[in-house]
Design a protein around this ligand. Structure first.
Ligand SMILES: [Mn+2]
Length: 392
């Protein structure tokens, strides 16, 4: 008998699907949040028969359960943990732990891709083209490689995962992977997924108007409340506000915080670890505790959302040789200008002392210090006309 304890996201459920393809009726699969894993492990140690082989995928146990599992393994040799989270790397010290973040080709792994390799290498599952394709999509989604490759099929797969129940998703995928030569969506799913894509877009557009900016330790962060689409939202907000180090997404109902970044200079798993959570360099999370509530909720509740940059300007555009105009919530005007190869900021017609090597650096400073936003063309033109009038 086999038992699989896996994460309750697409990558975790991908492992469950592979386990059922490999072991059929002989595997019991349980999907967990990070917190419920501990209970499941304790249940396994206390109640399951010693000849049950335990897989743990896409999740890692607490230190206490790590020790218990190791003691159990020494006696029965029946545990295998497979994960790709950086915060889990120390499990490689155990005979029963396999953790790989990036493979030899420099590609990021996912739990599903690692579990697939494990099952195939141990001749527990026969590889097929359809399974290859499915695993690839899960891996691309989980690592966000799909965005670089513009592979919407991977994003579709995750959207489908959220549209139906886990049971239904599992069943549909197993059926498809055993009966078709290639992995694809049917016409109805495609229609549904296109509608879902529009819905996500609208949701993100609305959320963009609700982000507040905070400084927490050495980092600048955007804070937003959201129940769904955390990965998409984190990614879009990071791109919209490149001056922010990371985005904190608060889910009050589940009392959880997700951290997301697109920057290489920040490791959000380190930030999450400080608050008792964990995860990846670019995607991590922790619980909403008294401490994190204070930082991300209490201290930010009275703040106004960051104003958004004007979108459709033709004249007041970034890196313009005429200067680019910004304003803040108190109606102060700012210009980013380039003179003799350096970038400068003018605040209310006074140059500020700091100079910058690039436009991005100047804008980053402006947005961090003053939460200034790019003004609309009309405001820019009117300002210039008044300035000309005043000078003559
Ligand atoms: Mn994963």
């Amino acid at each position: 008998m086999y038992k699989l304890l896996s994460h309750n996201d697409l990558d975790g459920v991908g492992c469950g699907i592979l386990a059922k393809l490999a072991f059929g009726q002989d595997v019991k699969v349980r999907y967990n949040s990070i917190a419920s894993l501990e209970r499941e492990i304790e249940y396994f140690l206390e109640n399951d028969l010693p000849d049950t082989f335990l897989f743990i995928t896409d999740l890692s146990p607490s230190e206490e359960n790590e020790k218990r599992l190791n003691a159990h393994f020494k006696q029965y040799k029946n545990i295998q943990l497979i994960d790709h989270h950086k915060t889990t790397l120390h499990f490689n010290e155990y005979d029963w732990g396999t953790v790989l973040v990036e493979n030899e080709e420099g590609k990021l792994e996912s739990a599903t891709s690692l579990f697939y390799q494990f099952l195939v290498a141990n001749e527990l599952l026969k590889p097929t083209e359809a399974i290859d394709e499915f695993v690839k999509l899960v891996r691309q989604y989980d690592t966000w490689e799909w965005e670089k490759n513009d592979n919407h099929k991977a994003h579709f797969l995750n959207s489908l995962f959220f549209l139906v129940s886990i049971d239904e998703f599992e069943e549909t995928m197993i059926d498809r992977l055993t009966s078709s030569e290639h992995f694809d969506f049917d016409e109805f799913e495609k229609k549904l997924l296109n509608m879902e894509e529009d819905r996500i877009e609208r949701y993100i557009r609305r959320k963009k108007r609700e982000v507040v900016q905070i400084k927490n330790d050495e980092y600048f962060a955007g804070v937003v409340y959201a129940e769904s689409y955390h990965s998409e939202l984190g990614n879009e907000l990071s791109k919209e506000h490149p001056h922010l180090d990371y985005i904190a997404i608060l889910n009050m109902g589940s009392k959880k915080i997700s951290f997301r970044t697109i920057h290489d200079h920040v490791d959000v798993s380190e930030i999450a670890t400080v608050y008792g959570g964990g995860g990846h360099q670019k995607a991590a999370g922790c619980n909403l505790t008294e401490e994190t509530y204070q930082i991300f909720v209490q201290n930010t509740f009275q703040l106004d959302p960051m104003p958004q940059d004007a979108k459709y300007n033709r004249y007041n555009v970034k890196e313009s040789s005429f200067g680019t105009m910004y304003a803040d919530a108190d109606d102060n005007n700012y210009f980013i200008l380039q003179k003799d190869g350096v970038w400068m900021i003018e605040k209310s017609e006074q140059l500020i002392e700091t100079t910058f090597a690039s436009f991005e650096e100047a804008e980053k400073y402006l947005k961090r210090m003053y939460e200034a936003y790019l003004v609309r063309d009309e405001v820019f033109v009117e300002y210039l006309m008044n300035r000309v009038k005043k000078e003559h």
